[in-house]
Design a protein around this ligand. Structure first.
Ligand code: ATP
Ligand code: MG
Ligand code: MG
Length: 548
């Protein structure tokens, strides 16, 4: 197990263990089950699990399920699957909803201490009285309700006597605080939605700023790591733990949220893409979700290395998506079988090759990793080559096939283009070539050299396949910054080519990964591919400069 690279949170942990503030490192990953996890969550997962791991501590998976209207068990299941697929094992599986009774009792304690009150202002009125950065807030007219009245109203809120939005429970802190978060924040709101675990037992639900610190304390979390936008909430985090008289004293630390170029990273936006049918579900290979990346062909190793290598920052930045591509290439380079696929086929007839004859040629499985061995591929009079590997009137420096030119067929022979066959519209439909038996690959032939090497697939045994080629789903640079992401959707994000692969790939199963000569790395689509119709998703091209 690799250890996380040095980061500022790790330094804090080292200090805390040395000073005795903590005896054991306990972290948690706290997703809200309102969508599927994305690559930003992977960053947080790696950070929390690897940090605890390094200090022989523990990590809980805690569902932050305090918002019943948006949450669902479908998301709970998907999140569990994704965390496990990334290679992590939680110590305990918890739900914030496990703590509803305790959170309620602590809120009653706050009321009794005069630290919380029931407020009848509308959301709009509350906002108006909250003030701004330059203007202090004003007290709610309900701020000085008696403890008895507050206890009575809060119990009736719980019992479901009031409509949504009619009342809230607020902390009584400081309406003049320079930190707006501390101006009597809402602790509980009314909701009559059905909860995925507690059903209709509750009519009030705790807010994140109240539920989160208390859940951390209940679980004995030592280091509660969250993203930078919660920095202003830290005083409230500490307030809640202190005023609710929690035994355990977790502390909150913030790091910069991960952003990646050419995508969106908020569950709200990702859900919109799913709901509006712009993508084929949360696991569409174009999505930045863990499940989408898995389906596209990313490996857990590549994602974990990416998260580790980009480091933990204290200020927000955007990471170039090419970093992700780099790590998947690195991971697959020595692992993936290197075979040949023709994405846009053009038939070639080798006119001097005996009719009805097939021979088997040796082809190494990975030129950079001998251990992967050798396979045999058929060769005969008819093959497919890539349409782009032929030009009738090529520019200078074009070294692939054109009339009269000779090229090398990878793992096979040299061929020379003799005739171009066209249909009635002038489209090239077939090439007639001749081969030179003396040039067989591996024979040591070196009497003459050719500049171009092209790939091919023997025609009679070739397996038809679809190849899905992807471009970024959302384009960063196409429009001004503040245009809605829906207007920045790339219309060319998915392109499907129909071609052929080598016959030995008949057994390829969902999730198998290959490097196709010159085309890049591909994954057998785990959902749509069948033995009758293979479907490959391109994970990444061979080099980022590869595409024209
Ligand atoms: P979203 O905006 O996608 O809904 P969220 O923060 O509301 O994100 P949660 O389910 O609450 O989603 O997130 C669980 C954990 O993952 C939190 O600790 C959160 O800080 C962290 N997290 C979410 N997005 C990112 C990101 N882009 N980079 C790093 N950590 C993230
Ligand atoms: Mg959240
Ligand atoms: Mg959210």
């Amino acid at each position: 197990n690799k250890t996380s690279s040095s980061n500022f949170i790790k330094n804090i942990v080292v200090e805390d263990l040395k000073s005795g503030r903590v005896q054991e490192v306990i972290t948690r990953f706290p997703p809200e089950p309102n969508g599927y996890l994305h690559i930003g969550h992977a960053k947080s997962i790696c950070l929390n699990f690897e940090l605890a791991d390094e200090f022989k501590g523990k990590t809980n998976l805690r569902f932050d399920d305090t918002n019943p209207a948006k949450e669902d068990t479908e998301y709970v299941d998907a999140i569990k699957e994704d965390v496990q697929w990334l290679g992590f094992h939680w110590d305990e599986l918890r739900f914030a909803s496990d703590y509803f009774e305790e959170l309620y009792n602590r809120a009653v304690l706050l009321i009794k201490k005069g630290k919380a009150y029931v407020c009848d202002l509308t959301a709009e009125q509350t906002r108006e009285l909250r003030g701004s950065l330059t203007e202090p807030g004003k007290d709610s007219p309900y701020r000085n309700r008696s403890v008895e009245e507050n206890l009575d109203l809060f119990a009736r809120m719980r019992a479901g006597e009031f409509k949504e939005g009619e009342r809230v429970l607020r902390a009584k802190i400081d309406m003049a605080s320079p930190n707006i978060t501390m101006r009597d924040p809402v602790l509980y709101r009314i909701s009559h939605a059905h909860h995925h675990r507690t059903g209709d037992a509750w009519h009030i639900y705790p807010m994140y700023d109240y539920a989160h610190p208390l859940s951390d304390a209940i679980e004995g979390i030592s280091h509660s790591i969250c993203t930078l936008e919660f920095e202003d909430h830290r005083p409230l985090y500490d307030w809640a733990i202190a005023e609710c008289e929690m035994e355990s004293q977790p502390r909150q630390y913030e790091f910069a949220r991960l952003n990646v170029t050419n995508t969106v990273m908020s569950k709200r936006y990702l859900k919109q893409l799913v709901d509006e049918g712009i993508v084929d579900g949360w696991d569409d290979p174009r999505m930045p979700t863990i499940s989408g990346m898995r389906r596209k062909g990313f490996t857990p190793e590549a994602i974990r290395t990416f998260c580790r290598e980009i480091g933990i920052a204290k200020s927000n930045s955007v990471v170039d998506e090419r970093n992700l591509e780099h790590f998947i290439r690195e991971d697959l380079k020595l692992k993936a079988l290197r075979t040949m696929a023709v994405l846009r086929p053009l038939k070639v007839v080798i006119t001097n090759y005996p009719e009805g004859q097939t021979e088997l040629l040796d082809a190494e499985n990975n030129a950079e990793n001998e251990e992967m061995g050798v396979r045999q591929i058929p060769f005969s009079r008819e093959i497919y080559i890539e349409r782009d590997d032929f030009m009738e009137n090529p520019p200078s420096k074009y070294f692939r096939l054109f009339p009269g030119n000779e090229v090398r067929l990878k793992h096979a022979y040299f061929i020379t283009c003799q005739d171009v066959i066209k249909d009635e519209n002038g489209e090239v439909v077939e090439l007639h070539c001749t081969y030179d038996p003396a040039t067989k690959s591996g024979s040591g032939f070196n009497a003459r050299k050719v500049k171009g090497t092209i790939h091919w697939v023997e025609a009679s045994q070739a397996i038809p396949a679809d190849f899905r080629l992807f471009e970024p789903l959302i384009l960063d640079e196409s429009k001004e910054e503040d245009t809605s992401f829906l207007e920045r959707i790339n219309p060319n994000s998915l392109q499907v080519e129909q071609g052929f692969v080598e016959p030995n790939m008949r057994e390829a199963a969902g999730g198998d990964k290959f490097q196709f000569f010159r085309h890049g790395y591909f994954n057998v689509d785990p959902k749509d591919s069948t033995s009758e119709k293979l479907i490959f998703n391109r994970i990444v091209s061979l080099k980022s400069s590869f595409d024209p």
